[in-house]
Design a protein around this ligand. Structure first.
Ligand code: ADP
Ligand code: MG
Length: 328
């Protein structure tokens, strides 16, 4: 049984960044207003995600790390809501616990004290009392210690950390109302303030020069179109990088990679970008749930729109008119 669990874990948890993604989603689901992520050794040595969310009652700690246990699906139809719901279905903590030494520590607002539970390579330990503030802390040590094949597949610490940085940055940009901080080997990379301002989140994540270059997108939804809204920020044509990595796109508030969206943003610049240079963008597209196809594999982030051409045209138009409105 543990072997099956480990194989399943390799499918779900590909690398430290996938662990971070799952744990941040849990924190957001718990209504956190502050989330801090601390990483050592590229994330394989040590990862800690701490939040101030609603916490887990002591008696429910074992359930939280059990297989296929979720407190979030109340109705089978929830499974179809795709883009709207975050995360896996009750698998993340159990699969992470199967391939690491995991500590889950939590306290709810009305509990007098906290409690913790450890899972060591799938072996669930005993509940112990723990002093902690309201909220939840998950620590993951020695990721993939018992799955050498998966561990061997990992890249250098630096590269694994870059993936984590990308994931945490995406969540920080998508959730400007939540204060999200990231540190690696004791050094703080960024900390957003949780003010709700996207520009302020961009300032924390990408720095002042980028934040000041960002232009607000503007788009009026038309009643018959496939798009309910487009919003976000794009940089001026001079503020660019040599990779597409800084084109962060979200559909119905979920981070996605969609060539259609990236291409549309670039097309919106109408040839103003230098060769092989790409802008910064934080783009939020809202569509009716039925108008987008989410890849069924939980690890993938690609989406396809029913009407790709219409979405592309609308995004390009939104970028174009924002640039024109700003005299660019
Ligand atoms: P899922 O998120 O799909 O429900 P997980 O394995 O990620 O499955 O989490 C299992 C359960 O543990 C959740 O349903 C939730 O009840 C609880 N949980 C996990 N992380 C947190 C957290 N940070 N704050 C509060 N509850 C949490
Ligand atoms: Mg989850």
């Amino acid at each position: 049984e543990q072997t099956i669990q480990r194989i399943a874990a390799g499918e779900v948890v590909e690398r430290p960044a996938s662990v971070v993604k799952e744990l941040i989603e849990n924190s957001l689901d718990a209504g956190a207003t502050r989330i801090s992520v601390a990483v050592e050794g590229g994330g394989t040595e040590f990862l800690r995600i701490r939040d101030d969310g609603h916490g887990i009652p002591e008696s429910e700690l074992p359930l939280a790390v059990a297989e296929h246990a979720t407190s979030k699906i109340s109705n089978i139809n929830d499974l179809d809501s795709g883009v709207a719901s975050l995360g896996f279905r009750g698998e993340a903590l159990s699969t992470i616990g199967a391939v690491s030494k995991l500590t889950l520590r939590s306290r709810t607002a009305d509990a007098a004290s906290g409690a913790e539970l450890t899972v060591d390579g799938g072996e669930i330990g005993e509940i112990e009392p723990a002093g902690c503030p309201k909220g939840t802390t998950v620590e993951v040590e020695d990721l993939f210690f018992n799955t050498p094949a998966r561990r061997k597949f990992l890249k250098r610490d630096r590269t694994e950390f870059d993936h984590i940085n990308t994931v945490v940055s995406q969540y920080a940009l998508a959730n400007p109302e939540v204060a999200i901080a990231l540190e690696h080997d004791g050094r703080e990379l960024f900390a957003t303030e949780g003010t709700g301002s996207l520009r302020s989140a961009v300032l924390s994540v990408y720095g002042r020069e980028v934040a000041e270059s960002m232009i607000e997108l503007d788009y009026e939804a038309d009643d018959n179109g496939p798009i309910e809204g487009i919003s976000g920020l794009v940089s001026d044509p001079e503020t660019t990088r040599s990779t597409r990595e800084y084109l962060a796109t979200f559909v119905n508030d979920r981070y996605v990679t969609a060539a259609t969206l990236r291409n549309a943003v670039i097309a919106g610049y109408g040839g103003q970008l230098a060769p092989d240079r790409y802008p910064f963008a934080v783009l939020f597209v809202e569509v009716p749930p039925g108008a987008v196809d989410v890849n069924v594999h939980p690890r993938k982030t690609e989406v396809r729109f029913d009407d790709e051409a219409a979405v592309e045209a609308a995004v390009q138009q939104a970028v174009e008119s924002a640039l024109i409105d700003n005299g660019l």
